[in-house]
Design a protein around this ligand. Structure first.
Ligand SMILES: Cc1ncc(C[n+]2csc(CCOP(=O)(O)OP(=O)(O)O)c2C)c(N)n1
Length: 627
């Protein structure tokens, strides 16, 4: 039996010797590597926080004390230490553990999270709640240097300083990386101080053993406390001589800055965290230096690729992100006004190659979706043609900027909404299910959904060549495999496309579901049912000719969408029919429903929801059979 198998709860850790803890860390890394290489998932970030997580669970008593990992993509070690090592291999699979915090799995997962920057605010809320309840629980918020590019994080930190709870600690998990290399002031601060950080690390290690000894002796010897505080003073002076301003920013902000600490030295971590916990005059901020990918050479060498290595089942076909970036590259080469923006997702959105090609016209702004949208509005006002490539789930955060800065001013900002629809194993925090509902609300917005990777390029061309806000949503992963037209052409805004004629029922779909509907129509034809298939293409404005056609020729229409039941394309069609004062055709919405969709394979999830060819055939048969 290895040591990890003996850990059923964090208390079991407390029985282990330092040597055993270091063997445990290795076992945890082995399990992480084996699992992620089989299932996909976040690897490099998790390898980097093994010792930090061990130290936290040694010192604090979760779940009475609450440990929040901002974003929670780096919670694998935490899951292993809180009773989930045995079935850890099920992570991200349907019915298995989530890859993020999931309170229904364990009371140690404080709250569902997957978006960056909300950790400080959540932690403050928990700490305040605990105080008002009269509880004694402590709250720890671990936040990465990447997440610290998010404006929301500073709203939380600023209010933490204001409220100064005595039961809260912030830990800066500094590995110099977001998914790609980090950007912004934090990254510059780090680069400036990195050589000094090393000196400070050594000083801290020496001082810490001395401080622990003095702390133990202080109550027992005369003048002990005086010697201790004198020692702290001297250390501060030496520290400041080596690194005159390190920590200055945090101290000025109102924290007590401790560190930097070697994030792979469990003893040093425990000592510093214990010290920080005793400081109660100001909220402590512990600066921990970790290495992304630690202990696995390929990940240490390429933390970007190993942030979330693609699942082994991923194929090699052209992805939607790549198709979008390819067309964008063509257009940028022809028109100097076109600029591209990413909020810390250069690699995922396919913009990394464009950044190399057009270094001054591709902007990685950090985890700052709100800022990205407002900046795009400013750029459009300045005469540029900005394209913001963003995952559907993360754009949610910038809804106000979409409405207020872009649509209210009717500015030509193009939103390339990637990972729209079911994303699969990342689960409910990352499913892209709401964009059709929220992006069709603001006046002036056009909202288009290409049926395949070829139409995606045509719609981007269309979007760039008009003067209004324009959203194109497209899914994660590979396209249908259709040929790509050499010539880009304009598609008339607000026009749907009939892709198959039929008289018995209409299947109106958006995105690749058009192809699924076509395949269902072929099956239905074998059973004597002639289904019409329509590529709705524009959710807004919805094609008036399509609505006419539906009202005149059909009793039933099935609307197929990878989105929420409320507010999406099904709702748009229902509203349009209802505005005509008609109650026919009957609209059957085949969507994800009004639920938060769990993790699992995309194929499995679609099957369960009836959004595959088989499900559509069954649905049509039940409708036509009177079911
Ligand atoms: C609002 C939001 N935008 C983008 C992301 C995608 N994302 C996940 S982890 C990550 C990088 C986080 O970096 P950091 O906080 O330093 O953690 P590390 O992975 O380096 O440990 C990004 C950009 C997200 N989760 N949330």
């Amino acid at each position: 039996m290895n040591i990890l198998e003996t850990i059923n709860c964090p208390d079991d850790l407390k029985k282990l010797s330092p040597e055993e803890l270091s063997v445990l860390a290795q076992e945890m890394r082995d399990l992480m590597i084996e699992t992620v290489l089989a299932n996909g998932g976040h690897l490099a970030s998790n390898l980097g926080v093994v010792e930090l997580t061990i130290a936290l669970h040694q010192l604090f008593h979760s779940p009475t004390d609450r440990i929040i990992f901002d974003t929670s993509h780096q919670c694998y070690a935490h899951k292993m230490l809180t009773g989930r090592a045995r079935d850890f291999r099920s992570i991200r699979t349907r019915g298995g553990y989530s890859g993020f915090y999931e309170p229904s799995e364990s009371p140690h997962d404080v709250t569902v999270m997957g978006h960056a920057g909300c950790g400080p605010s959540l932690a403050l809320g928990l700490a305040v709640g605990e105080t008002l309840k009269g509880g004694s629980g402590y709250t720890v918020c671990v936040i990465g240097d990447g997440a610290l590019t998010a404006g929301l994080a500073y709203e939380g930190l600023s209010n933490i300083i204001q409220q100064a709870p005595r039961n809260l600690m912030v830990i800066l998990n500094d590995n110099g990386m977001s998914i790609s290399e980090n950007v912004g002031w934090m990254a510059q601060w780090r680069k400036r101080w990195l050589p000094h950080l090393r000196d400070q690390l050594e000083l801290d290690a020496d001082f810490q053993s001395l401080e622990s000894l003095t702390e133990a002796l202080a109550p027992k010897v005369p003048l002990g406390p005086l010697v201790l505080s004198l020692g702290r003073g001297i250390k501060n002076v030496i520290g400041k001589a080596i690194t005159p301003e390190l920590g200055h920013f945090w101290e000025e902000m109102g924290f007590t800055y401790l560190g930097p600490v070697d994030g792979h030295n469990i003893e040093e971590l425990e000592d510093t965290l214990a010290r920080a916990r005793r400081y109660s005059d100001r909220v402590p901020l512990v600066h921990v230096l970790t290495q992304k990918g630690r202990g696995y050479t390929p990940a240490e060498g390429n933390p970007v690729q190993y942030h979330q290595p693609s699942s082994p089942k991923a194929g090699a076909g052209l992805t939607y992100s790549q198709a979008f970036a390819d067309t964008l590259g063509l257009l940028m080469a022809q028109d100097q006004r076109i600029v591209a923006i990413s909020a810390a997702m250069l690699d995922g959105t396919g913009l990394a190659a464009l950044k190399t090609r057009f270094p001054n016209r591709v902007f990685d702004v950090g985890i700052c979706e709100q800022h990205a949208v407002s900046m795009a509005a400013g750029m459009a006002r300045a005469g540029l043609k900005p394209v913001f490539c963003v995952y559907s789930t993360f754009l949610q955060r910038a809804f106000d900027q979409v409405v207020h800065d872009v649509c209210l001013n009717d500015l030509p900002v193009v939103f390339g909404v990637d990972r729209a629809g079911i994303v699969g194993q990342d689960g409910k925090t990352h499913q892209g299910l709401y964009d059709m509902a929220y992006m069709r609300i603001p006046p002036n917005m056009v909202l288009a959904v290409p049926r395949d990777e070829n139409e995606l390029g045509q719609l981007l061309y269309t979007a760039i060549n008009q003067d209004h806000p324009f959203t194109i949503r497209y899914p994660r992963g590979e396209g249908i495999g259709v040929g790509i037209d050499m010539e880009l052409r304009n598609i008339q805004v607000g026009t749907a496309e009939i892709v198959r004629e039929g008289k018995d029922i209409c299947l109106a779909a958006v995105g690749p579901l058009v192809h699924t509907a076509l395949s269902a129509a072929l099956d239905l034809a074998q059973k004597g049912v002639e289904a019409q298939v329509v590529n709705v293409r524009f959710v807004k404005p919805i094609d008036p000719a399509l609505i006419e056609e539906l009202c005149e020729h059909f009793t039933d229409v099935v609307v197929l969408e990878e989105g929420t039941l409320l507010g999406g394309v099904g709702a748009a069609i229902l509203e349009a029919i209802s505005r005509k004062g008609l109650s026919r055709p009957r609209v059957h919405q085949a969507s994800v429903g009004d639920i938060f969709l769990e993790h699992g394979g995309t194929g499995e999830l679609r099957h369960t929801l009836g959004l595959d060819s088989e499900g559509i055939v069954e649905r049509v048969q039940s409708i036509l059979g009177g079911g």
